[in-house]
Design a binder for this molecule. Structure first.
Ligand code: 0O2
Length: 267
């Protein structure tokens, strides 16, 4: 196939990866803006390289004209979670979306691959609008913990280095590393609630501080310098104290002050 033709074929896949990366990142943002823990920690996406597509087609005896239909991971999104339970929350989130249709699922966490690979894979059908019309394409979404991702990246690079024939002594190390990551994921799961509480606390506090700073900035326009300095000093003192309820209370007071200045300016 000519290079130009490959580029045309890959354009909608590129668009799908870009759109979905934005959408999943926005989910993280929404959770955090609400002061909530996000089950998705990181999002990455890629379009498979032409040489990888050809390599996969050859390995699976797929004819060139069947590639689009039969290679389902040309567009790939990877969602990284902190905890194993988060993976299943993300799966549920994807199942409930109206802009992607789940075609198939593979749970390599419950059913770990022989290599030691663990991850949850979902193939979704996703529609993109291109200059030549609407196109529905498959996208592979891989959902894993940070630990699972670490292992998969290392193992993947070793597959390249040894071209699929990893020596047995390296395989043994990989198997034991995979077991260690299962233990690590389980250990982390046992402090799941504590970590979520801590992270919720962090984002709630960050949101309040951002509101307070916004309010103080607005007050600059109508309050004299001395008064604004007093407000700032009070804010620094409460901030250093680290009590979230005091920050909330202070923010409410600022709202009242801002409102009274707004009323005054209207009369
Ligand atoms: P790349 O370079 O990441 O795109 P298969 O028939 O098992 O070869 P299939 O049917 O396409 O693959 O689906 P599967 O098993 O769900 O695997 C799809 C992708 O999952 C792979 O794509 C890898 O990204 C990842 N994966 C699956 N098994 C392993 C594994 O043992 N180790 C690692 N590190 N990753 C794995 P590609 O095209 O193989 O690679």
């Amino acid at each position: 196939m000519e290079l130009q033709l490959w580029k045309e074929i890959l354009t909608p896949y590129d668009l799908a990866v870009e759109e979905l990366t934005v959408k999943f990142n926005h989910i993280i943002k929404e959770y955090r803006q609400q002061g909530c823990y996000s089950p998705i920690e990181q999002v990455t996406g890629r379009v498979k390289s032409i040489s990888s597509i050809i390599g996969k087609a050859q390995k699976k005896h797929i004819a060139m004209n069947e590639i689009e239909e039969r290679v389902e991971d040309i567009a790939g999104i990877r969602l990284i979670c902190q905890f194993v339970n988060d993976i299943y929350s993300v799966v549920e989130l994807i199942r409930n979306r109206s802009d992607m249709k789940v075609k198939s699922e593979k749970d390599y966490i419950t059913h770990m691959k022989e290599s030691g690979y663990r991850s949850y894979h979902i193939i979704v059908m996703y529609s993109v609008e291109t200059t030549t019309g609407t196109k529905e394409i498959p996208v592979e979404i891989q959902i894993r913990t940070l630990g699972m991702n670490f292992w998969a990246i290392i193992e993947h690079s070793l597959q390249y280095k040894y071209q699929g024939n990893i020596p047995s002594y390296v395989k043994e190390r990989l198997t034991s590393a995979s077991k260690a990551i299962i233990t690590l994921d389980n250990e982390m799961e046992s402090i799941h609630d504590d970590v979520i509480d801590a992270q919720n606390y962090y984002y709630i506090r960050a949101n309040i501080v951002s509101d307070i700073l916004g309010n103080i900035q607005n007050l600059y326009k109508c309050v004299n310098k001395k008064e604004i300095e007093k407000i700032q000093d009070e804010f620094y003192e409460i901030y250093q104290g680290g009590d979230i309820s005091k920050l909330e209370q202070f923010n409410k007071q600022l709202d009242i002050v801002a409102e009274s200045y707004r009323m005054q300016s209207m009369t």
